[in-house]
Design a protein around this ligand. Structure first.
Ligand code: MLT
Length: 236
């Protein structure tokens, strides 16, 4: 199996993603929210490009929770923001969720042409790696990034996923960013790297989301692997 890591989402054209498994990572916080919502019994999760598309889908579906953020803050008129702890069983069980975030849902939609699109984060890194290995295709770890830039939290989670992948599949080649991601993850895990100084991490702390950041950096607290297919996300 070949493994590549991309630092931020862009529109992939042609057959580039076809026949590959793409693991979309937005550890702070969109894929962590999606994983947690699936784990807590949400029905369908629909990532959308903007609030207008979200409103149209919500009026078609009827029962629907609207979730999303801009600049980390809940969108006006929405039910939920982008804090994983908001997606509790009491709130989401049995409900559809339309979600629109600055980078995470953009990355999911950018991956739409892939054979398989999975949502990964720190909280499910072993499970998402195991599932990707079972699917047997070459893997792209697609980091959402922040505001079009590389984001260290995503690269660290990509490293966790790539490290886990080595347990479940024979890796025949990995790109340089995958090597760097694995090394960052090892340094973080062994206490040599402090991600709290990184841009998005520190911005979330400044906005009062320290609890979210702590939650999102827990490793392997669930085996749930969300899969994005035909416009909606459900557990694989
Ligand atoms: C995003 O999609 O850009 C993020 O999940 C932002 C956030 O932390 O709310």
């Amino acid at each position: 199996m070949k493994v590549k890591t991309f630092a931020q989402s862009k529109k992939y054209t042609g057959n580039f993603l076809m026949d590959r498994t793409v693991i979309v990572v937005d550890v702070l916080r969109a894929t962590s929210c999606i994983i947690w919502a699936c784990r807590n019994g949400a029905n369908r999760i629909i990532p959308v490009s903007d609030a207008g598309e979200g409103a149209a889908i919500a009026s078609r579906l009827g029962d629907c929770i609207m979730a999303g953020e801009r600049g980390g803050i809940k969108l006006p008129g929405f039910d939920l923001g982008n804090s994983p702890l908001e997606f509790s069983p009491e709130v989401v069980k049995g409900h559809n969720i339309v979600i629109n975030t600055t980078n995470g849902t953009v990355a999911l939609k950018a991956a739409e042409g892939a054979a398989n699109v999975l949502a990964g984060a720190m909280i499910n890194h072993s499970a998402v790696a195991r599932k990707a290995a079972e699917l047997g295709k070459d893997v792209i770890i697609l980091c959402a990034g922040t505001e079009g830039e590389f984001s260290a939290d995503d690269i660290c989670a990509a490293g966790a996923i790539a490290t886990s992948l080595c347990q479940y599949a024979e890796i025949t080649s990995q790109c340089d960013l995958t090597l760097v991601a694995r090394s960052l993850y090892k340094d973080w895990k062994e206490g040599r790297v402090d991600l709290s100084k990184s841009y998005h991490y520190s911005r979330l702390i400044d906005l009062g989301f320290a609890e979210d950041v702590d939650f999102c950096f827990q490793e392997d607290i669930t085996d749930i692997v969300p899969c994005y297919r035909d416009g909606f996300i459900q557990p694989c």
